[in-house]
Design a protein around this ligand. Sequence first.
Ligand code: SAH
Length: 255
Amino acid sequence: MKAHHDQHFLIDPHATQRIADLAEVKGKRVLEIGPGNGALTSALLQRGAIVYAVELDGRLCEGLHTIFSEEIAQGQLTVQQGDATRCDLPPFEMVVSNLPYSASSKITFRLLKIGFEEAVLMYQSEFADRMVAPAGTKNCGRLSIMVQTYAVVQQCFKLPPNCFSPKPQVHSTVVKIFPRQHPLFPINDRDRYADVVRALFSHRRKTVRNCLKGSGGMLDPEWVRRMIVTLPEEILKSRPEELYLEDFATISNVA
Ligand code: SAH
Protein backbone atom coordinates (compact mmCIF):
# COMPACT_ATOMS: atom_id res chain seq x y z
CA MET A 1 0.00 0.00 0.00
CA LYS A 2 1.23 3.49 -0.88
CA ALA A 3 2.27 5.67 2.03
CA HIS A 4 -0.72 7.55 3.47
CA HIS A 5 -2.80 6.25 0.62
CA ASP A 6 -6.43 6.83 1.41
CA GLN A 7 -5.82 7.60 5.06
CA HIS A 8 -7.82 10.51 6.44
CA PHE A 9 -8.24 10.18 10.17
CA LEU A 10 -11.18 11.67 12.01
CA ILE A 11 -9.89 14.36 14.36
CA ASP A 12 -13.17 16.07 15.22
CA PRO A 13 -14.46 14.38 18.41
CA HIS A 14 -17.98 15.75 17.96
CA ALA A 15 -18.21 14.28 14.46
CA THR A 16 -16.92 10.94 15.71
CA GLN A 17 -19.58 10.79 18.43
CA ARG A 18 -22.33 11.78 15.99
CA ILE A 19 -21.38 8.89 13.69
CA ALA A 20 -21.29 6.36 16.52
CA ASP A 21 -24.67 7.60 17.78
CA LEU A 22 -26.38 6.84 14.47
CA ALA A 23 -26.74 3.13 15.21
CA GLU A 24 -27.82 1.20 18.29
CA VAL A 25 -24.63 -0.85 18.57
CA LYS A 26 -24.83 -2.06 22.17
CA GLY A 27 -24.23 -5.81 22.33
CA LYS A 28 -24.00 -6.07 18.53
CA ARG A 29 -21.14 -7.50 16.54
CA VAL A 30 -19.94 -4.51 14.57
CA LEU A 31 -17.55 -4.70 11.64
CA GLU A 32 -15.32 -1.66 11.32
CA ILE A 33 -13.36 -1.43 8.08
CA GLY A 34 -10.29 0.80 8.18
CA PRO A 35 -10.21 1.71 11.89
CA GLY A 36 -7.01 3.72 11.35
CA ASN A 37 -5.87 4.92 14.73
CA GLY A 38 -9.11 4.04 16.41
CA ALA A 39 -11.14 7.24 16.85
CA LEU A 40 -14.40 5.63 15.79
CA THR A 41 -13.40 2.28 17.30
CA SER A 42 -13.15 3.91 20.69
CA ALA A 43 -16.59 5.54 20.37
CA LEU A 44 -18.10 2.18 19.37
CA LEU A 45 -16.46 0.37 22.29
CA GLN A 46 -17.75 3.03 24.70
CA ARG A 47 -21.26 2.27 23.46
CA GLY A 48 -20.92 -1.42 24.23
CA ALA A 49 -20.35 -2.76 20.71
CA ILE A 50 -18.35 -5.92 20.10
CA VAL A 51 -16.01 -4.63 17.43
CA TYR A 52 -14.28 -6.57 14.67
CA ALA A 53 -11.82 -4.21 13.06
CA VAL A 54 -10.20 -4.98 9.71
CA GLU A 55 -7.27 -2.73 8.83
CA LEU A 56 -4.94 -2.99 5.85
CA ASP A 57 -2.00 -1.11 7.30
CA GLY A 58 0.18 -3.26 9.57
CA ARG A 59 1.60 -0.32 11.48
CA LEU A 60 -1.87 0.92 12.32
CA CYS A 61 -2.79 -2.59 13.50
CA GLU A 62 0.15 -2.55 15.88
CA GLY A 63 -0.96 0.83 17.18
CA LEU A 64 -4.48 -0.46 17.77
CA HIS A 65 -3.11 -3.43 19.71
CA THR A 66 -1.33 -1.00 22.02
CA ILE A 67 -4.17 1.49 22.44
CA PHE A 68 -6.85 -1.14 23.02
CA SER A 69 -4.88 -3.93 24.74
CA GLU A 70 -7.47 -4.16 27.51
CA GLU A 71 -10.50 -4.37 25.23
CA ILE A 72 -8.71 -6.94 23.09
CA ALA A 73 -7.85 -9.03 26.17
CA GLN A 74 -11.50 -8.86 27.26
CA GLY A 75 -12.72 -10.00 23.87
CA GLN A 76 -14.61 -6.78 23.16
CA LEU A 77 -12.34 -5.94 20.22
CA THR A 78 -10.64 -8.05 17.58
CA VAL A 79 -8.13 -6.46 15.22
CA GLN A 80 -7.46 -8.26 11.97
CA GLN A 81 -4.94 -7.14 9.38
CA GLY A 82 -6.35 -7.54 5.89
CA ASP A 83 -7.75 -6.04 2.72
CA ALA A 84 -11.49 -5.73 3.33
CA THR A 85 -12.23 -6.00 -0.40
CA ARG A 86 -11.17 -9.65 -0.36
CA CYS A 87 -10.00 -11.06 2.97
CA ASP A 88 -12.18 -13.39 5.04
CA LEU A 89 -14.44 -11.26 7.16
CA PRO A 90 -15.50 -12.07 10.71
CA PRO A 91 -19.22 -12.55 11.45
CA PHE A 92 -21.12 -9.30 12.10
CA GLU A 93 -24.61 -7.82 12.37
CA MET A 94 -23.73 -4.20 11.77
CA VAL A 95 -21.10 -2.21 9.94
CA VAL A 96 -19.86 1.18 11.09
CA SER A 97 -16.90 2.58 9.17
CA ASN A 98 -15.19 5.58 7.75
CA LEU A 99 -14.37 3.81 4.51
CA PRO A 100 -11.22 4.19 2.43
CA TYR A 101 -12.49 6.20 -0.57
CA SER A 102 -10.74 4.17 -3.26
CA ALA A 103 -12.32 0.91 -2.10
CA SER A 104 -15.82 2.29 -1.39
CA SER A 105 -17.48 0.66 -4.34
CA LYS A 106 -15.92 -2.79 -3.94
CA ILE A 107 -16.55 -2.86 -0.21
CA THR A 108 -20.17 -1.70 -0.55
CA PHE A 109 -21.00 -4.38 -3.13
CA ARG A 110 -19.26 -6.98 -1.01
CA LEU A 111 -21.16 -6.05 2.14
CA LEU A 112 -24.50 -6.08 0.34
CA LYS A 113 -23.75 -9.56 -0.94
CA ILE A 114 -22.83 -10.85 2.52
CA GLY A 115 -25.82 -9.16 4.20
CA PHE A 116 -26.18 -7.31 7.53
CA GLU A 117 -28.85 -5.62 9.64
CA GLU A 118 -27.75 -2.04 9.30
CA ALA A 119 -24.70 -0.05 8.26
CA VAL A 120 -23.45 3.45 9.03
CA LEU A 121 -20.82 4.32 6.46
CA MET A 122 -18.94 7.40 5.49
CA TYR A 123 -18.18 8.04 1.83
CA GLN A 124 -16.95 10.91 -0.23
CA SER A 125 -20.05 13.02 -0.87
CA GLU A 126 -20.06 12.57 -4.61
CA PHE A 127 -20.22 8.79 -4.12
CA ALA A 128 -22.97 9.07 -1.48
CA ASP A 129 -24.97 11.27 -3.88
CA ARG A 130 -24.72 8.65 -6.60
CA MET A 131 -25.93 5.97 -4.17
CA VAL A 132 -29.22 7.80 -3.63
CA ALA A 133 -29.71 9.19 -7.17
CA PRO A 134 -33.18 8.02 -8.30
CA ALA A 135 -33.58 6.06 -11.52
CA GLY A 136 -34.29 8.41 -14.39
CA THR A 137 -31.95 11.16 -13.18
CA LYS A 138 -28.55 12.15 -14.54
CA ASN A 139 -26.52 11.04 -11.52
CA CYS A 140 -28.03 7.57 -11.59
CA GLY A 141 -25.68 4.76 -12.59
CA ARG A 142 -24.77 1.16 -11.89
CA LEU A 143 -24.02 1.91 -8.24
CA SER A 144 -27.40 3.64 -7.70
CA ILE A 145 -29.39 0.86 -9.30
CA MET A 146 -27.58 -1.98 -7.54
CA VAL A 147 -27.68 -0.35 -4.12
CA GLN A 148 -31.33 0.73 -4.35
CA THR A 149 -32.42 -2.70 -5.58
CA TYR A 150 -31.10 -4.41 -2.49
CA ALA A 151 -31.18 -1.71 0.18
CA VAL A 152 -32.70 1.51 1.46
CA VAL A 153 -30.09 4.27 1.72
CA GLN A 154 -30.45 7.42 3.82
CA GLN A 155 -28.03 10.31 3.83
CA CYS A 156 -27.52 11.49 7.43
CA PHE A 157 -25.07 14.40 7.40
CA LYS A 158 -22.05 15.87 5.66
CA LEU A 159 -18.62 16.47 7.14
CA PRO A 160 -16.20 19.08 5.82
CA PRO A 161 -12.52 18.31 5.12
CA ASN A 162 -11.36 19.92 8.37
CA CYS A 163 -12.86 17.08 10.43
CA PHE A 164 -9.97 14.93 9.17
CA SER A 165 -6.22 14.87 9.15
CA PRO A 166 -4.71 14.94 6.61
CA LYS A 167 -7.58 16.93 5.05
CA PRO A 168 -9.19 15.21 2.08
CA GLN A 169 -9.95 17.34 -0.98
CA VAL A 170 -13.65 16.53 -0.85
CA HIS A 171 -16.55 16.59 1.57
CA SER A 172 -17.71 13.38 3.17
CA THR A 173 -21.26 12.14 3.73
CA VAL A 174 -22.40 9.69 6.37
CA VAL A 175 -25.13 7.33 5.17
CA LYS A 176 -27.23 4.59 6.70
CA ILE A 177 -27.92 1.45 4.72
CA PHE A 178 -30.75 -0.96 5.50
CA PRO A 179 -30.73 -4.07 3.30
CA ARG A 180 -34.18 -5.04 2.06
CA GLN A 181 -35.55 -8.45 3.01
CA HIS A 182 -36.34 -8.98 -0.67
CA PRO A 183 -35.26 -6.93 -3.67
CA LEU A 184 -37.70 -4.14 -4.49
CA PHE A 185 -38.90 -6.03 -7.59
CA PRO A 186 -38.63 -9.82 -7.96
CA ILE A 187 -35.36 -10.85 -9.61
CA ASN A 188 -35.04 -14.39 -10.99
CA ASP A 189 -31.27 -14.49 -11.28
CA ARG A 190 -29.16 -12.04 -9.33
CA ASP A 191 -26.00 -12.63 -11.33
CA ARG A 192 -27.79 -11.94 -14.57
CA TYR A 193 -29.38 -8.83 -13.06
CA ALA A 194 -25.92 -7.55 -12.12
CA ASP A 195 -24.62 -8.30 -15.64
CA VAL A 196 -27.58 -6.52 -17.27
CA VAL A 197 -27.13 -3.42 -15.13
CA ARG A 198 -23.41 -3.39 -15.87
CA ALA A 199 -23.94 -3.86 -19.62
CA LEU A 200 -26.54 -1.09 -19.76
CA PHE A 201 -24.47 1.48 -17.92
CA SER A 202 -21.30 0.80 -19.85
CA HIS A 203 -22.89 2.76 -22.76
CA ARG A 204 -25.32 5.12 -21.16
CA ARG A 205 -25.86 7.23 -24.30
CA LYS A 206 -26.98 4.28 -26.41
CA THR A 207 -30.48 2.80 -26.46
CA VAL A 208 -31.21 -0.30 -24.39
CA ARG A 209 -31.46 -2.32 -27.61
CA ASN A 210 -28.00 -1.28 -28.77
CA CYS A 211 -26.41 -1.61 -25.33
CA LEU A 212 -27.59 -5.17 -25.08
CA LYS A 213 -26.66 -6.08 -28.67
CA GLY A 214 -23.20 -4.65 -28.18
CA SER A 215 -22.63 -6.15 -24.77
CA GLY A 216 -19.84 -8.38 -26.04
CA GLY A 217 -19.06 -11.28 -23.75
CA MET A 218 -21.02 -9.88 -20.82
CA LEU A 219 -24.38 -11.44 -21.80
CA ASP A 220 -25.28 -14.66 -23.63
CA PRO A 221 -26.01 -13.60 -27.27
CA GLU A 222 -28.76 -16.20 -27.60
CA TRP A 223 -30.49 -14.72 -24.57
CA VAL A 224 -30.03 -11.18 -25.89
CA ARG A 225 -31.83 -12.18 -29.12
CA ARG A 226 -34.75 -13.64 -27.13
CA MET A 227 -34.90 -10.58 -24.97
CA ILE A 228 -35.05 -8.21 -27.91
CA VAL A 229 -38.09 -9.96 -29.36
CA THR A 230 -39.79 -10.17 -25.97
CA LEU A 231 -39.36 -6.73 -24.44
CA PRO A 232 -41.70 -3.84 -25.16
CA GLU A 233 -40.40 -1.28 -27.66
CA GLU A 234 -40.84 1.39 -24.99
CA ILE A 235 -38.00 -0.17 -22.98
CA LEU A 236 -35.81 -1.07 -25.97
CA LYS A 237 -35.75 2.45 -27.37
CA SER A 238 -34.99 4.14 -24.03
CA ARG A 239 -31.56 5.08 -22.84
CA PRO A 240 -30.44 3.26 -19.67
CA GLU A 241 -30.56 6.49 -17.68
CA GLU A 242 -34.26 6.90 -18.58
CA LEU A 243 -35.35 3.52 -17.21
CA TYR A 244 -37.35 3.00 -14.02
CA LEU A 245 -35.86 0.76 -11.35
CA GLU A 246 -38.47 -1.87 -12.16
CA ASP A 247 -37.36 -2.00 -15.82
CA PHE A 248 -33.99 -3.50 -14.90
CA ALA A 249 -35.78 -6.42 -13.27
CA THR A 250 -38.15 -6.77 -16.24
CA ILE A 251 -35.19 -6.95 -18.62
CA SER A 252 -33.16 -9.41 -16.60
CA ASN A 253 -36.18 -11.65 -15.90
CA VAL A 254 -36.74 -12.48 -19.60
CA ALA A 255 -36.48 -16.27 -19.65
N1 SAH B 1 -11.63 5.09 10.60
C1 SAH B 1 -10.44 5.92 10.77
C2 SAH B 1 -9.56 5.96 9.50
C3 SAH B 1 -10.25 6.20 8.21
S1 SAH B 1 -9.12 6.35 6.87
C4 SAH B 1 -10.88 7.30 11.19
O1 SAH B 1 -12.03 7.63 10.95
O2 SAH B 1 -10.09 8.02 11.73
C5 SAH B 1 -9.34 4.80 6.06
C6 SAH B 1 -8.63 3.66 6.74
O3 SAH B 1 -8.84 2.51 5.93
C7 SAH B 1 -7.12 3.80 6.87
O4 SAH B 1 -6.75 3.42 8.18
C8 SAH B 1 -6.54 2.81 5.84
O5 SAH B 1 -5.30 2.26 6.24
C9 SAH B 1 -7.63 1.77 5.81
N2 SAH B 1 -7.74 1.00 4.56
C10 SAH B 1 -7.48 1.43 3.29
N3 SAH B 1 -7.79 0.47 2.40
C11 SAH B 1 -8.25 -0.59 3.11
C12 SAH B 1 -8.72 -1.91 2.76
N4 SAH B 1 -8.76 -2.29 1.48
N5 SAH B 1 -9.10 -2.75 3.75
C13 SAH B 1 -9.07 -2.35 5.06
N6 SAH B 1 -8.64 -1.14 5.45
C14 SAH B 1 -8.23 -0.27 4.50
